[in-house]
Design a protein around this ligand. Structure first.
Ligand code: SAM
Length: 376
């Protein structure tokens, strides 16, 4: 039986997200802002969780129903699925709410209604109820409210999927791993080309690029809530996990993958993250100012997110970094492609270069552009 699945991902990555999920076998793939809906069979469901790099989360849709207010929500929740199967009182749960309608416009209050509907039903069936666990529940109930109705789904993980497990050390303003992966996909970097991040911070771009090039499944080393679901098929999960593991290209030769980070502590953090990801043979971190780094002779791809002022640095210092980067690239990187994540168009003007393509991207709520420059 097909599962209706919703992937939530960074705004701006929808097109590459559709491609990723379709390639992994999802059907009826449709995008909307920051969301992709699709249908998968159980094997495909496991494959997506093992191999998709771009989503923050996956929601398994259980039931969509009309809903006219608090009372109708309460009854619809109780009738929306076989709660006896999904949530016996020994299991803990949490409720998340998104969206809203005229009748249900207070998400905390809506979440309480859902919680009450579930625990009241449990009391009726078992004479006892589940405890709430906000941090690591056994079942994570998600309710999306829209005008006239609601959709009940179960989150397949209680923690965001951008956390791959390799990044214990964070640097300053690190990019989320799924966003970094999506930006690399948008750049069309292919693993025959040298990749250089002149401002690499904790190394997220480089780690994601190499993981992709080696087909290391991002979901292999983490747990998911669906492992506690009543229809969890351990054999099938094992089969898909083994398949994903066997298709890792761990002996593949890659071109130079290099990052510069001038802050010694952050450079060490990047190296630590790289070793946690098991990629120390592939990524070379230089603890230098990028201006002192001599680029390899054969042109490749430069990828970076310089600081842009919302959280980092004062405007004059930031202007200097962009000017220095622009000068360095114009003098040293002829023939290279540059991809730069900009959260401030005034700052990117200080590069003194003309971009050839731009993709709107949202990074942590900030409206950004993923800019492509051909360096002459
Ligand atoms: C916004 S952070 C990059 C974050 C990174 N993408 C990540 O995911 O962790 C910018 C980094 O550039 C470093 N940096 C600033 N100026 C530099 C320079 N001239 N050379 C090398 N690194 C520099 C800063 O120390 C900071 O760690």
């Amino acid at each position: 039986m097909d599962i209706n699945l919703l992937a939530v991902l960074p705004v701006g990555l929808e097109d590459v997200g559709v491609l990723e999920l379709s390639t992994l076998g999802a059907k009826h793939v449709r995008k909307s802002k920051g969301r992709i809906s699709c249908k998968v069979d159980l094997a495909g469901f496991y494959r997506l969780h093992l191999q998709a790099r771009l989503p923050f989360r996956f929601l398994r849709e259980i039931k969509e129903f009309t809903c006219t207010g608090k009372d109708s929500l309460y009854h619809s929740i109780q009738n929306s699925c076989d709660w006896e199967k999904w949530l016996d009182p020994s299991k803990t749960f949490r409720v998340n709410v998104s969206g809203g309608s005229i009748e249900l416009n207070h998400s905390h209050f809506t979440a309480l209604t859902v919680k009450n509907a579930v625990v009241d039903l449990q009391q009726r069936i078992w004479g006892e109820r589940s405890a709430i666990n906000l941090k690591s529940p056994d079942l994570c109930i998600h309710l999306h409210i829209f005008s006239g109705g609601a959709s009940l789904s179960f989150d397949t993980s209680s923690r965001s999927l951008h956390r791959r497990g390799y990044r214990e050390a964070m640097g300053i303003a690190p990019l989320k791993e799924n966003l970094a992966a999506g930006l690399i996909k948008l750049s069309n970097w292919d693993d025959s080309l040298t990749l250089f991040d002149p401002l690499c911070g904790s190394g997220t771009f480089l780690i994601e690029a190499v993981s992709m090039a080696l087909s290391i499944p991002p979901g292999l080393f983490r747990s998911f809530l669906f492992e506690k679901w009543p229809d969890f098929d351990r054999e099938l999960w094992k089969l898909e996990s083994t398949f994903a593991k066997e298709h890792c290209l761990l002996n593949k030769t890659l071109p130079p993958i290099i990052g510069c980070e001038k802050n010694i502590e952050i450079a060490k953090q990047a190296e630590y993250n790289i070793s946690l990801a098991g990629l120390e043979n592939y990524i070379n971190i230089k603890n230098v100012d990028f201006r002192d780094f001599q680029l390899p002779k054969i042109p490749g791809v430069i990828i970076c997110n310089p600081p842009y002022g919302q959280r980092l640095g004062n405007p004059k210092d930031l202007e200097i970094i962009y000017r220095q980067l622009g000068n360095y690239l114009k003098n040293n990187a002829s023939g290279w492609d540059l991809w730069l994540l900009s959260g401030n168009s005034q700052l990117s003007n200080f590069l003194g270069m003309k971009c050839s393509r731009r993709f709107p991207i949202t990074n942590g709520g900030i409206d950004c552009r993923w800019l492509h420059y051909k360096i002459h």
